[in-house]
Write a protein that binds this ligand. Structure first.
Ligand code: 2AM
Length: 177
């Protein structure tokens, strides 16, 4: 089985900027710079033939390149833990791309995604209760100044779990034109 998802990877200066203050807070597991991404479509576990059909369908997606910028931070509280994430603007551009990718996944045989799309870049996670450092991080990053950056491709990733945590391997990238 292959655990797949489709995502955007922001350029390196943006990833550096996002993780600049990572080491200053306790109780959070920061996402490694190589793992920072914005998920466009979570696929989950699929068998090899479907993975190949998905890759082929994603290679047919035609969508324009667009500019995004970071737009503040927020938190999710989930079962047993939570996450700190960065938002992006304009959300419409990224939502349109996600919708095209979802259609391609449906053509390859997946059920359409019924959950609402909440574009975000997960920055850090925690287990259990929210660490005391989170309110200060939210305050500090409220404005999260960022120049626009160009989104010129999207990538099909395979997530592999190891003793050291999740590692995301790029399977194929599709240019946006
Ligand atoms: P997250 O960043 O909000 O945790 C690889 O695991 C990517 O897929 C991450 O971006 C993760 O989102 C997302 N992901 C993992 N499990 C998911 C699920 N069940 N539904 C939607 N997205 C998921």
């Amino acid at each position: 089985m292959h655990r797949l998802f489709v995502a955007l990877v922001p350029p390196e200066p943006v990833r550096d900027h996002l993780l600049d203050i990572a080491e200053e807070s306790e109780g959070l597991r920061w996402v490694g710079e190589d793992n920072l991404h914005l998920t466009l479509r979570f696929i989950g576990e699929v068998e090899r033939p479907l993975a190949e059909d998905l890759a082929a369908a994603l290679a047919t997606v035609r969508s324009p390149a667009f500019a995004l910028r970071l737009a503040g931070v927020g938190t999710f509280d989930r079962r047993g833990g939570g996450a700190l994430w960065a938002a992006v603007q304009p959300r419409e551009a990224v939502a349109q791309l996600a919708a095209k990718i979802d259609r391609a996944c449906s053509q390859a045989g997946l059920e359409p995604e019924h959950r609402a799309f909440h574009p975000h870049l997960t920055l850090a996670r925690w287990n259990g209760r929210r660490p005391g450092s989170v309110p200060a991080l939210l305050e500090q990053w409220r404005g999260l100044p960022s120049d626009p950056f160009e989104v010129a491709e999207f990538t099909l990733f395979e997530s592999r779990l190891s003793r050291h945590g999740a590692h995301y391997e790029a399977i194929a990238s599709q240019p946006l034109v």
